[in-house]
Design a protein around this ligand. Structure first.
Ligand SMILES: Nc1nc2c(ncn2[C@@H]2O[C@H](COP(=O)(O)OP(=O)(O)OP(=O)(O)O)[C@@H](O)[C@H]2O)c(=O)[nH]1
Length: 848
């Protein structure tokens, strides 16, 4: 409990100190007064993050009572503003005439940072003690972890409190901004050109890979993979920047680039468009203000500002320092970088770096980042590392002026010192922000968890699981459907289709009078022919009637039953699949609908070719001879009776509809009797009836003809129904009198062959292949497609977002916990026990 209390206290002091705001009073109760006292003192005193850490530290020492605690050296160094001088040697460290520690510390411990600090490159040697080198490595490890956490937070999103600080690089155009960044990275990779080529923020994450040889970049959002050719990175950056139209000139949409190398420190930097003094004639008039606004957005706390100014321009005129002063008036989180030191006299150079006008807590660093002209052409192209060239050139310059830039001077110079400073500052700043960030993450997590619970009943979901579940459910419903759609159902739809064909045949061959018997009629009477009482009577002795029935049977059997039955069954299957889709979760996913439809269409099409041909062969015998048994005749008679009844019913319904359109039964009767009289020749029409006739409009007469057709059809159906029901039609021997029954029996035989065959060849195969095809299509989708698919449904999209957010937040918290563990372990290993441990906790761990 005592330990926990101390931890909380330490964290609280840190929190107060770094935020300068009253907060978490209730959380820490008694600790509040002491802590805020410490913070208040801090603001009045040294100021700045590290000043605050320092004062807070004194307080911590008092509060932990009997334990002997000391601020870790590295932290003290930053606090005292002399990191570079003590750790990296003098300001001109690495210069050829400076004393070096034999052996260096770059073997084993410190190896990781040696490359990152550019130690070992020409002109620089590692003169750190093994302990210092190990500590640097440890610091870098922690920074890397924090940068990872920062990147994770970036994927979570927008909220400003959910972020860790970064180093923001600002400077006027041509101040040497790009040269500094390239010196840190060791490669020329930034866009170059006169027409304002940096138009978007570039969020640059440097990842130290001590064990790897390769150096490469990655544009995460673009998914291009590793790019080892830095000129290619430069080209891509140029393209991405120039994609912003000239009319806008700048955009705040950042480009995210990661660079992996054994020669870079772990850093998170943001490069911004250079400040301009005035707009060129071809630039938008508000460009200057736009750039300023964009930079202002990024230089807000807790970010560290890397303000770049050129030595040959008066610092008082430095736009970068002016901007920084506006948001950081006490110079607490700004590092001043003065470039082009070689262009000014050393005395003047030293004066600039010791600037008292705008004193910076984190100091000024003078650099010479120019790559020597003679070597530039060789190294600038391709992927050669330019670190050693720059360092050599820079060291040669500074060590040529030992009186101003030598070990005893008060100024800090050199890109390798700048690298170290950046790392230390970033690590300390990130650490200082961890507590607040952690608090914000906890809060966000609580909200996400609540939403997850209340809205989604804690039902976990991923795009993959959603797809898998949807597919399983669909397959399940398909299986259920396949149990209900078998031979019987195929039989029903095929028979229904053949019934219709039989009705058509009957109408064509039996129910209409032979053409030669038709009395000439005028154009109004076309369509239905003579009245039914004039229809010829069947005469079994007359070969004409034999021929009629044989021809009708032949038409039926040679209908192309194979194709017809296969296609209507396939169509029914296709429609059923569509219905299943509509009733499934896939219904709100156009992609899935298309994929499923495609799958069923393809399978059915492939199966249909063979099936229809083979079925046609199966029904071939019926094309020559059809025997109908007594039993089949009886079934046919029953069935056709029902068919005729149903047809009659449909006909009556249609008649009623037309009568209504004619204006009721009476009016319909008038129209019909007029047309009847015309047909019988009682009324002679004179020529054109476009304008109507007999007091009826043309439209009315046209409707009347429809009604007449339906009336005749209805009459004949009634007549034939009576015939089929008659005793005469109960005997198959009277088939010439009862073609309806005979043709139905034939249709029935055809149907029985078709349903058996289609069940075995089309249905079974389709039921087997379709789910497998779906499985193949849906299980092999790439991650992007699965995500796109799931996110098509807004409800699922929201659900996925909540789950993802929650998982990411939990993951970040776990990572933070890991960071804390890592640090504790390292502290224990370093053997400094409580001293360092408390020191670390002091930096803001307690709150999470
Ligand atoms: N002599 C000297 N020249 C330098 C130094 N650093 C950069 N330069 C030159 O200054 C010019 C501008 O440098 P850049 O690094 O492109 O400057 P920038 O601020 O990125 O410029 P913009 O991209 O136009 O905003 C280039 O010609 C560099 O070669 C230096 O330390 N010494």
């Amino acid at each position: 409990m005592a330990g926990m209390g101390m931890l909380g206290l330490v964290a609280y002091i840190q929190y107060q100190a770094s935020q300068g705001a009253a907060y978490a009073v209730d959380l820490f109760g008694k600790a509040k007064d002491a802590a805020s006292g410490a913070a208040t003192g801090v603001f009045e005193g040294a100021g700045g993050i590290f000043g605050q850490i320092g004062k807070g530290w004194d307080k911590t020492k008092e509060d932990v009572g009997g334990i002997k605690v000391e601020m870790p050296q590295w932290m003290r160094d930053i606090y005292e503003g002399k990191t570079q001088r003590e750790e990296g040697g003098s300001g001109g460290s690495g210069g050829p005439n400076e004393p070096k520690q034999a052996g260096g510390g770059a073997v084993g411990a410190g190896a990781a940072t040696a490359g990152a600090f550019a130690l070992g490159s020409d002109g620089e040697e590692d003169d750190r003690t093994p302990t210092e080198a190990a500590r640097d490595d440890q610091m870098m490890l922690l920074t890397r972890k924090m940068i990872e956490i920062r990147s994770l937070l970036q994927t979570i999103g927008q909220s400003e409190s959910l972020t860790l600080p970064s180093i923001v690089v600002v400077g006027s155009q041509s101040s040497g901004k790009s040269s500094v960044l390239e010196a840190i990275v060791g490669h020329e990779f930034l866009p170059k050109g006169s027409n304002m080529v940096t138009r978007r923020p570039i969020e640059l994450t440097l990842v130290n890979t001590p064990k790897a040889q390769a150096e490469y970049g990655e544009f995460l959002a673009l998914g291009f993979g590793k790019i080892t050719d830095f000129s290619q990175i430069q080209k891509t950056l140029t393209d991405l920047n120039l994609a912003v139209p000239e009319t806008d000139c700048v955009s705040d949409d950042p480009i995210q680039l990661r660079i992996y190398s054994p020669n870079v420190p772990d850093l998170s930097l943001i490069d911004l468009p250079g400040y301009i003094q005035v707009e060129a004639f071809d630039q938008p008039t508000e460009l200057k203000a736009k750039i300023q606004d964009l930079c202002d957005k990024y230089i807000q706390p807790p970010n560290v500002i890397l303000a770049i100014s050129a030595a040959d321009v008066d610092l008082a005129n430095s736009t970068a320092l002016r901007a920084s002063r506006r948001v950081d008036p006490r110079g607490e989180r700004t590092i001043g970088v003065v470039t082009k030191m070689d262009l000014v006299d050393p005395i003047r150079g030293a004066q600039i770096l010791a600037d008292r006008n705008y004193p910076l807590r984190l100091g000024y660093v003078g650099v010479v980042c120019k790559v020597p002209r003679e070597t530039k052409s060789v190294f600038s192209r391709g992927s050669a590392n330019i670190t050693s060239l720059i360092t050599k050139n820079e060291s040669a310059y500074f060590s040529a002026h030992p009186e101003t830039y030598g070990p005893d001077s008060q100024v800090t110079v050199g890109t390798s010192n700048l690298r170290k400073k950046l790392m230390h500052v970033l690590e300390a700043t990130m650490s200082a922000s961890l507590a607040t960030t952690s608090e914000a993450i906890h809060q966000e997590l609580a909200e996400a968890t609540y939403e997850f619970k209340v809205q989604y009943n804690e039902r976990s979901l991923s795009a993959e699981s959603y797809l898998a579940e949807s597919l399983d459910a669909f397959k399940h419903s398909f299986r259920a459907f396949s149990d209900t759609f078998g031979r019987k159902e195929v039989r029903d739809i095929v028979k229904q289709e053949l019934d219709q064909q039989v009705l058509n045949l009957l109408a064509q061959r039996y129910w209409n009078r032979p053409v030669e018997n038709l009395r000439p009629v005028d154009q109004l009477a076309e369509g239905p022919q003579e009245h039914i009482e004039n229809l010829p009577k069947a005469d079994p002795e007359n070969p004409l009637w034999h021929l009629k029935l044989d021809a009708s049977t032949s038409t039926l059997t040679k209908l192309g039953i194979g194709r017809l039955a296969t296609s209507i069954t396939a169509q029914a299957l296709q429609e059923s699949v569509q219905n299943l889709v509509q009733g499934s979760t896939f219904s709100s996913h156009p992609f899935a609908i298309q994929a499923i439809t495609q799958a069923s269409t393809n399978i059915l099409r492939d199966l249909s070719y063979d099936t229809s041909d083979e079925l046609e062969i199966c029904v071939k015998p019926y094309k020559y001879r059809v025997e109908v048994s007594q039993d089949e005749w009886r079934r046919g008679r029953d069935n056709i009776t029902e068919v005729l009844k149903s047809e009659l019913k449909d006909c009556d319904v249609a008649t009623k509809a037309v009568e209504d359109q004619l204006g009721g039964k009476r009016r319909a009767k008038d129209v019909l009797s007029f047309i009847d009289r015309v047909r019988k020749g009682e009324v002679i029409l004179d020529g054109n009836t476009d304008a109507g006739a007999g007091g009826f409009s043309a439209a009315l007469l046209s409707k009347g003809r429809e009604a007449l057709f339906l009336r005749d059809r209805s009459d004949i159906l009634r007549l034939r129904l009576a015939a089929v029901k008659s005793r005469q039609c109960s005997n198959p021997a009277n088939k010439y009198h009862c073609p309806e029954v005979f043709l139905d029996a034939v249709a029935d035989k055809l149907t029985s062959t078709a349903d058996l065959f289609l069940d075995a060849e089309l249905l079974s195969k389709f039921y087997y292949q379709f789910p497998r095809m779906l499985e193949q299509q849906f299980r092999n989708l790439d991650e992007g497609t699965v995500q796109r698919f799931a996110r098509e449904d807004p409800k699922i999209r929201r659900h996925l977002d909540v789950v993802k957010r929650k998982e990411l937040l939990e993951h970040v918290l776990k990572e933070m916990e890991g960071l804390r563990e890592l640090e504790k372990r390292e502290v224990r290993r370093s053997g400094r026990g409580q001293v360092e441990e408390v020191g670390r906790k002091r930096k803001g761990w307690g709150l999470f």
